[in-house]
Design a protein around this ligand. Structure first.
Ligand code: GKR
Ligand code: MG
Length: 437
């Protein structure tokens, strides 16, 4: 069997005006759906970052993909990884200043990941096995995800005639965040809670976590992620004030910028007897970051993501690597559709060492844009069950795909730019400043 054709489908999916230290989400998030057609008539699918950059990188890989045996993933990795080596000499692979999916030094790892998943989907369909069972089987069949809360402005995303209903409403206070969380937990049954911070004054975010703890109790572990918006001083102050709220399975995620900043936060908290672990998807984005993170104490929990760590098999390597280094492991996310939901579910299912419920932005997208045949992937009791179907276990709905691709073509932007959205809607002079507090 050979890969006959690579097909790429850009997609624009409605997204509410969610806030983070990067700025404000645009009315549509961008994704790319990937199809591999084989000589045996099998189609493998995948999903990855969107916009013209990721699309061009996948397009550039076409000569490496078409004509290749989909089972031969190692040589594909070697072809793409060699390029990655050349690209990243001396560069900064962190996500401190760039949103995930935009760091040019990661581009080949991301491209490989999208292609690897589509090849594994082909292989799964060829042998009649779910993807996670192809790579050694499952540590769990229903991986858990967490409620991912965002401060947000009013609006449910989309533009003009396509403006969407706002399911959760404006949320810029501790009280409205508790309401958002209750609504999300009631709908999806999540058992762990993550708050995207770095938006309001840190004291208001502290108050938000306190109110969440009061409303949900210690059975629901809490985390907060300001994406490096705080100085070391502020991070230590917040860590100190939230010691109780972040205990019992919670963590403090990327409070300060850089490995040095994170290490200093950790040392100062430990010196006060505060063992709140630090998690990161910003400082640690590649295998070479882990020994440093462990040695300096900068990171205790690595937030993986098969989309930029190099696919599902690399996710398994990461699980082992983290275990050996004594680091915890969970998973980061970005806005995504059902295909990525299944990528994340299979990646979580096949990793023995996964120590926290994973992030997902899935509640922020709706049925209207779903490209999975039959509709949204169900989240029940906070978990995504791996169906007894070959490969990823989902197929594309081509009518829906045509709609979201058409919307992409009509969009005036081709790249995520949260800073531009802030300037357009909130403050014409807004700039992302690190640290802001
Ligand atoms: O969607 O705005 C967002 C998040 O801030 C996202 O871009 C982050 O990559 O979820 C991510 C994180 O945990 O840092
Ligand atoms: Mg994060």
């Amino acid at each position: 069997m050979k890969i006959k054709e690579l097909r790429l489908h850009p997609a624009a999916i409605a997204d509410g005006p969610l806030r983070s230290s990067y700025g404000r989400h645009a009315p549509y998030a961008l994704r790319t759906l990937v199809e591999l057609k084989t000589t045996d008539g099998i189609t493998g699918i995948s999903e990855t970052y969107g916009g013209d950059g990721p699309l061009a990188a996948l397009e550039a890989a076409r000569p490496l993909v078409e004509g290749r045996d989909p089972f031969q993933l190692t040589p594909l990795w070697m072809d793409l990884a060699q390029r990655a080596e050349q690209d990243r000499k001396g560069g900064d692979r962190s996500q401190t200043y760039l949103v995930p999916g935009e760091n040019p030094l990661d581009v080949h790892t991301r491209t490989y990941a999208a292609l690897e998943v589509a090849c594994l989907d082909v292989i799964g369909k060829a042998v009649g096995k779910p993807l996670c069972d192809l790579v050694g089987g499952r540590a769990r069949s229903s991986p858990p995800f967490s409620a991912y809360l965002f401060y947000k402005h009013g609006g449910g995303g989309g533009m003009g005639d396509d403006a969407r209903e706002d399911e959760y409403g404006e949320c810029l206070t501790p009280e409205s965040m508790v309401a958002q969380c209750k609504q999300m937990v009631a709908k999806y049954g999540f058992k762990e809670i993550k708050l995207k911070g770095g938006v309001l004054d840190p004291d208001q975010e502290i108050e938000t976590l306190r109110q969440l703890r009061a409303a949900f109790g210690p059975a629901y572990p809490l985390r907060i992620d300001p994406n490096c918006a705080w100085s070391v001083e502020t991070s230590v102050r917040v860590g100190r004030k939230l010691k109780d709220e972040l205990s019992g399975g919670g963590y403090l995620e990327d409070p300060a910028a850089g490995m040095d900043g994170m290490a200093e936060v950790r040392q100062r908290l430990l010196a006060e007897g505060n063992e709140t672990p630090l998690a990161s998807n910003v400082a640690t984005t590649a295998f070479e970051h882990l020994p440093v993170a462990q040695r300096t104490g900068a990171v205790q929990i690595v937030l993986s993501d098969p989309h930029y760590w190099g696919g599902i098999r690399n996710q398994q390597h990461l699980s082992k690597f983290a275990e050996v280094l004594g680091l915890g492991l969970s998973m980061h996310s970005n806005n995504h559709l059902g295909v990525s939901m299944m990528i994340m579910a299979h990646a979580s299912a096949c990793c023995p060492h996964l120590t926290f419920a994973c992030d997902t932005h899935y509640p922020w997208q709706t049925e209207v844009d779903e490209v999975v045949l039959g509709g949204r992937v169900p989240i029940v009791d906070g978990c995504v069950h791996i169906p007894d179907k070959p490969g990823l276990g989902v197929e594309l709905d081509y009518d829906q795909l045509a709609r979201v691709s058409e919307r992409y073509r009509k969009l005036p932007y081709r790249k995520r730019d949260d800073e531009a959205e802030m300037r357009k809607h909130v403050d014409p002079n807004w700039k992302r400043i690190l640290p802001r507090w």
